[in-house]
Write a protein that binds this ligand. Structure first.
Ligand code: TPP
Ligand code: MG
Length: 793
């Protein structure tokens, strides 16, 4: 057990922290508070307002974190450390980067504007110094845990880039982020893996968005973290309060603070002035030494004393960070005040509160900022600019040109097609991975797989048998040792290439996200592949969205999907996931029907995951065994497959009908098509392997045409032009029909879109296809009535 609980306070000496450092950091902290407040004020009050919409910003959230983040960036962190900054402290982050010479003034002036500093730290839209995008609370925090595991993997397997060094993974988080369940899911997974190199610094201002949080929450926080073997360090009293402890009425005063409800403490903080005196006189009547204590302080100094929490006391903060144990995860509960140092301090409604113009003018004066000197990095400080510049010049961040690494690309061979007369795409996927696992390709050496307790049922078992499971500590497969027969060989070693996760799909996507950032974060090329049951994509949707938003690169396989899993479980059907795949920026969604399509798509995917302008890949697969096509006469080229569609049966020129299908419903589409040929000779059969790629390419062609490129032509336009201008398209997919219904807008052809728009009925395949209307009869019916309307119209 690595558990320890420590109260950091004034009794400790500030050994190792020079007075000069403290003074400089104190000044920089003030500047950070000013710049972050001003950045928000400028965006809301100074910039031209063109649309009447609120710009917003969070001055109180920023003030709360100013000391902690200044300490981290200006003293504690090394460049190889990676940090997730709580979303609403984005201006603090940008102010620090500005002081470090890593951000320019115009970007800050454009805060929340196009091309300006982003509302919340963003890897892709901000500077190169954002390590993890935050914004959806809880996600950035948890991602640091998975990044720590990924760093261990790269380090232990010699994959880390030559110019990269291991660092700490750090989250500076709001206390309300602990209300997000995903944080606890991650904590449990971290415990299972004995996660090491990790700091979570809780900005414990006891306020969320709507108000003040529960009293004594810190006790629960301490026990949660201790339960999963984290070190917990509580930073409660600043140096002034610690010193007061041994003075008149000291113990009584600190006891009073300890038991003071959060909302009362916040209200008194906001009121300030004589409010503390009045309250203490009322609550501590008769306490020995109280009169002396109060007589020794005027209202202002009493307010300063009573609000001297350790999270705003640079010396206490530095002591805590520098004396943290070198290994093991560590949680710092840093008491802070939301809005500290501003007129917003302590008010329960201050989350999105902005200082008004009069308050800003007074604040500016109190900060000693002259008119016109608002963006001056050193105006209004008590230490001269040259000294501060020298101090900043000595920090780890200063002068480091880039903190993003690159890794050489891995060669991707054409993946061989699993041979079988009948196969499911899930089976073929398992076979491809198994073959990769058995071989010795560079590609396989750089792959890492992961799955939330569905490794075996998504056909990753073969690969895992070849490549083993990763763990920081070696663990044998006891079943094997005891000679108990099992198909699965589950030995855990530091070189194992599979991360087995508990059932938490959010963790899967956070893990994929961290694995897929291994190149920029650690200089390691990793090609992650994750599997889950397709319906549970929805369960991890936010983390998937953020993974893509961060430009993380991975392949995720949703299988089985749709209603095609048939009797296996109505409640496991996935309906909307094609639309998720289509609408997610940075993710290319494919729905192949055949093994050769899958092999071509996976080959393309591993290239795409490594391309500078590439992205991530989502494969929606199925367990339905279907006859593989005879490609001896004609075979689609791989580009057609990976660009989204090809004619399985080309139409005759000007044909009046085509059936368009995606994925596992291929047999129904084929048989319906054959029957239709009797009445409509020349009807086409279009195989769509990726509604997403096809759609995206069409949008891009239209955009280029608007921009003047008259030659721009989408692939889908070329395909559909082979039909009559008023041809009928019958589309069919085991998913929501809108995934293909847009095809009617391409050339104004008439579409009848078949698909799934209901959920949850268990049945065998025939029944369920008939019930939702994607069986052969439904396709034929749709074709007949569409043709009738066409003739009639
Ligand atoms: C997933 C998610 N839900 C809701 C929000 C809206 N929101 C923004 S901040 C916040 C509360 C923040 O409180 P805390 O984490 O304690 O931050 P601080 O007090 O430091 O500002 C909420 C609910 C969000 N950003 N993300
Ligand atoms: Mg808070």
């Amino acid at each position: 057990m690595r558990r320890s609980l420590k109260i950091v306070g004034g009794e400790n000496s500030s050994a190792g922290i020079s007075a000069h450092k403290l003074a400089c950091l104190g000044e920089l902290e003030k500047k950070v508070l000013w710049l972050s407040s001003w950045m928000i004020h400028n965006a809301n009050y100074m910039r031209e307002d063109r649309d009447g919409l609120k710009v917003g910003g969070h001055q109180a959230s920023c003030a709360s974190a100013a000391t902690l983040l200044t300490a981290l960036y200006m003293d504690v962190l090394n460049v190889e450390d990676r940090i997730a900054v709580k979303p609403h402290a984005s201006p603090v982050f940008h102010a620090l980067m500005y002081l470090l010479g890593r951000q320019d003034r115009s970007t800050m002036e454009q805060f929340r504007g196009l091309g300006g500093a982003q509302s919340y730290p963003s890897r892709t839209k901000d500077t190169r110094d954002v390590d993890f995008s935050t914004g959806s609370v809880g996600l950035g925090v948890a991602e640091t845990l998975f990044a720590s595991l990924v760093q261990d993997y790269t380090r232990l397997n010699g994959l880390m880039g030559e110019d990269a060094r291991p660092g700490r993974m750090v989250a500076l988080m709001g206390d309300a982020e602990l209300d997000e369940g995903n944080v606890f899911e991650a904590l449990l997974e971290g415990w299972k893996y004995d996660v090491g190199n990790l700091w979570w610094v809780i900005d414990y201002n006891r306020q969320s968005l709507d108000g003040v949080i529960n009293h004594m929450l810190f006790q629960k926080i301490q026990s949660f973290f201790s339960t999963v073997d984290w070190h917990v360090v509580t930073l409660k009293y600043g140096k002034k309060l610690e010193a007061a402890r041994s003075g008149p009425a000291g113990e009584v005063l600190l006891d009073w603070i300890d038991t003071c409800p959060n909302d009362l403490y916040s209200a008194l903080t906001f009121k300030g002035e004589g409010a503390w005196r009045e309250r203490l006189l009322g609550d501590l009547t008769g306490a020995s030494g109280l009169k002396t204590l109060l007589d020794d302080h005027d209202d202002a100094s009493l307010h300063a004393l009573m609000t001297n929490l350790a999270g705003h006391d640079m010396e206490s903060v530095l002591e805590a960070f520098h004396s943290a144990p070198p290994d093991g995860p560590c949680c710092f509960v840093a008491y802070t005040i939301k809005g500290y140092g501003t007129p917003l301090a302590g008010h329960k409604d201050n989350h999105a509160g902005l200082m008004n113009e009069a308050q800003m003018t007074a604040f500016k004066q109190s900060m000693g900022i002259p008119d016109g000197g608002e963006w001056d990095p050193f105006a209004g400080l008590d230490i001269d600019a040259a000294t501060l510049r020298d101090f900043i010049g000595e920090t780890a961040y200063s002068g480091t040109p880039s903190r993003r690494h690159h890794a050489p690309k891995v060669d991707v061979p054409d993946l061989p097609v699993p041979q079988a007369e009948k196969a499911s795409t899930q089976q073929a996927f398992g076979q491809i991975l198994n073959d990769l696992g058995r071989g010795d390709s560079d590609l396989a050496a750089h792959m890492v797989t992961t799955s939330p307790d569905v490794t075996v049922s998504t056909n990753l078992g073969g690969w895992v048998n070849q490549r083993g499971l990763f763990n920081r500590h070696e663990r044998t497969d006891v079943f094997r040792q005891e000679n108990v027969a099992s198909v699965q060989r589950w030995t855990r070693t530091q070189s194992g290439q599979h991360f087995e996760l508990g059932i938490a799909e959010n963790n899967l996507f956070l893990m994929l996200s961290a694995l897929g950032l291994a190149e920029p974060l650690f200089g390691a090329r990793i090609l992650p592949v994750g599997t889950l049951y397709d319906p549970f994509v929805n369960r991890g949707l936010d983390a998937l969205f953020y993974a893509c938003y961060q430009d993380s690169r991975f392949m995720v396989v949703g299988t089985p999907s749709g209603v095609t899993l048939a009797p296996e479980g109505g409640a496991h059907q996935s309906v909307n996931t094609p639309l998720v795949g289509m609408s997610m920026p940075g993710l290319s969604y494919f729905e192949p029907a055949y093994a050769d399509e899958l092999a071509a798509i996976m080959t393309w995917g591993f290239h795409h995951m490594q391309a500078q302008d590439g992205g991530s890949v989502y494969l929606r697969l199925s367990t339905r065994n279907i006859a593989q096509p005879d490609r001896t006469l004609s075979s689609p080229d791989k580009d057609s497959i990976t660009s989204g569609a090809y004619w399985l049966v080309p139409p005759t020129p000007g044909a009046e009908l085509a059936i368009v299908y995606a994925g596992a419903v291929a047999p129904e589409a084929i048989s319906a098509h054959q029957k239709l040929l009797e009445d409509i000779p020349g009807a086409g059969l279009l195989a769509v392997t990726s509604p997403d790629r096809l759609h995206e390419d069409w949008l891009s062609a239209k955009r280029r045409r608007r921009q003047g490129d008259r030659q721009a032509h989408g692939r889908v336009e070329s395909l559909l032009e082979e039909l009559a201008p008023d041809a009928v398209l019958i589309t069919v997919i085991d998913g929501h029909p809108t995934a293909l219904s847009w095809l009617g807008a391409v050339s104004s052809q008439k579409v009848t879109a078949l698909g799934v728009d209901q959920f949850g009925q268990s049945a065998d395949l025939d029944d369920v296809y008939r019930a939702v209307g994607i069986d052969e009869a439904s396709i034929l019916d749709a074709a007949a009535s569409a043709c009738l309307t066409r003739i009639g119209g």
